[in-house]
Design a protein around this ligand. Sequence first.
Ligand code: PHE
Ligand code: ZN
Length: 897
Amino acid sequence: MRSDTPVTISRLDYQPYPYLLPNVELEFDLDAAATTVRSRLHFQRKPDAPEQALVLDGSELELVSVSIDGQVLNADQYELGSETLRLFPGSAAFVVEITSVCKPAENSTLMGLYVSGDSLFTQCEAEGFRRITWFPDRPDVMSRYRVTLRADKSRYPLLLSNGNLLHGKDLDAGRHEAVWEDPHPKPCYLFALVAGGFACREQQIRTRSGRQALLQVYSDPDSRDKTEWALESLARAVRWDEQRFGLELDLDRFMVVAARDFNMGAMENKGLNIFNSAYVLADPESATDASFRAIEAVIGHEYFHNWTGNRVTCRDWFQLSLKEGLTVFRDQEFSADMLAADLPEAEARSARAVKRIDDVTTLRIAQFPEDAGPMAHPIRPESYQEIGNFYTATVYEKGAEVIRMQHTLLGEAGFRAGLAEYFHRHDGSAVTCDDFVAAMESVYTRQHPGKDFEVFRRWYSQAGTPRVRVEMEYDQAQGRCTLTLSQHCEPAGIEKLQTPPAPKPPLHIPFAIGLLGQDGRALPLAHDGQTRDTVLLELVAERQSWSFDGVPERPVPSLLRNFSAPVIVEYPYSDTELALLAGHDTDPYARWEAGQELAMRQLLALVGAIQSGQQPQVDPGFVHVWRTLLEDRTLTPAYQARALTLPAEKILLERTSPMDPQAVARARAELRSVLGVELGESWLRVYQACKAERQEYRPDALQSGRRALKNLALSYLMAGAHTQAPKLALDQYYEAANMTDRMGGLSALVNFSDTPAAAQALGHFYEQWQQDPLVVDRWFTLQATAPTTTVETVRALMLHPAFTLRNPNRARSLIFQFCINNLQGAHTPEGYQFWAEQVVALDRINPEIAARLARAFDNWARYVPANRDAIRQALETIQSHSPLSRNVSEIISKALK
Ligand code: PHE
Ligand code: ZN
């Protein structure tokens, strides 16, 4: 905890570290209460660096001794600050030896060395290594590590670290030792150790060049039967990276370990990935289709970091998107390819579109609001107080969109060539986002002589979601259609406080379009000497026009196909045009988008009616569009499930001004119930048809699509109060053979009927699953997000014996889910005060987690006055607490600026 004045770190202040540290030896005497760490650090001053102090980072450590070249230093020979240790070496090459002690059992931050269950784990990214020993804790210092682990053998039978096991042996007094060596130089944020009793599931694979490698997944002994999917996913990830990008596993052994207590999703430590158990453990009875896909995605993500992040890493933390944006893009493509694998072409295309729709939905729910709020930052931030606060949707998800745009501009082969060039130039080093773009640009310039990425680079330095306005002109006599695109981007985040606002020059926006005839046929377009249904326009100026000849009738434009850029499109469609696109667009993404936009118009009209106290009316034309989608048998069930889902409350909220969470929640519920009533018999038919299919469980595109559509139909039937719905939901709940169906039944009951039967099913669920923490998390989440849940309900749940704030998954399942995803319950004066209380309580335990909760109402200033004022009060309540962590105080002070 710190209460000193905040220090802001700026990207442009980067200075290289003056020393090289090629070799690091570490010895751990592991013990939960007090672990002793001895380091031997082989430093060399860089040839161009003047003689100067050696500055090491450290936090929450007890220093036992420090020596240089074997000479133990007296206290007057070094300077020990609260966060640094300064040494004054007398030569250019020297060995520093430090002995220090840290206290894993007292470490509730889950950064550094900590206890989870009966085991010991580390988490070092971004700045956790300094909680293990004094060290240059920055990603541009790369070293070879040799690690000796010693511990009581019965408590900690397994001792793991990065790289290869050199040897293991028994010691006196029931202790044992393992020595690991990682042949690949790495920054300390990729260091890891694990000690404890685990079960292992493993598989030998042969890499493309014929090397043998061992893949291992470690879990609690009780959970071993839930690690099959994770191990299979890992094997598929290895194969996929070879095939799609030519990148091969560079290790003899690749380990994944599941931890119950983990701040994030998972961590890509070299050869020893540590995972939140939620992204490892699954079987059909306890995990949903969504969990299976999420496990595959995260396993892939961490594995792909082995190249994009580990082999080539970040020079400094401002470059975080270098590895995260790129690796998210790679995991998105991996997931899409896996979903589409083995399907006939049309279904494969639909499966890929479903993945794209889900990713865009995530972006709109999490990133667009961030770009419109006080924490807005470019994907490469310019400054921070606490780097832990910049593991954001912008760095990750918008970062992935920026990589995807480069992929779109270069094409698959060009992108692959650019990636090869990137590794050719930078393998084994710590680099910047600019270095990545330069490698991609070299291919682009080869493809388009005279063109470059100068304008494109601005995506790395500009915050805010750009808007692209489209105008269309049609000249009947000449058969010519002209599209004019213009772009602008409002000031974002702190830019709003600047007068006059800093100019925002135009960006390079790949904008994919098509044209449809009035009957919904695709009109092929002649462009760049080719004729295609989809054309990629490259908008690089504030305003540009393109003309297409041979267009026989006034067309309907299909815009931003496949969401080719992270922008907001403005075009004055009529409802009829949107209905046409929703029914016929040949680009499945744009088709979905048109339906969503129609629904959005309907929802906004309902919000307006609710706000002015009128009776909300639903347009029959809209119901007709939904009926057409519901009855279209050419669509895959997974796609239909997305097409028939109304825009998320969060997305709707962003479109109201001022933002009115209660009206938004009511409007969405109202429209859902109207659609439930009006289309009742169709929902029932679709429900029965999806239910009829029975096969051995697989979380593949077809089966999970059917389950998604079935559960959606059930929720509409409940929303429409169909007479058969409660019985269908109860039967589905009690008779389910897998968790997707069970949760579908239970959530239909809990979300739409506040009945004794629902309460009874909830009780039954807990009885059945209380031994499985990940399922208990689902139980808390379901209640946290139910529309009838209030602050009082949540307080009561916090008294449940299974609740604890100390486990991040559990805190998220109840507190975060309520504050972030329960508009009705949380957006009340009591809700906001409850939130403030929990931020403060969590901050005492785990600042990283507290700071995430602190962002729940980032956009408070745009809310309707009653909510806005109540949130401001709650923010002030938090701010008045002292001490606050650097994490939370950065968030709160930016929110209140
Ligand atoms: N680097 C991890 C990932 O995205 C995320 C992470 C960050 C995990 C910080 C833990 C702590 O793969
Ligand atoms: Zn990552």
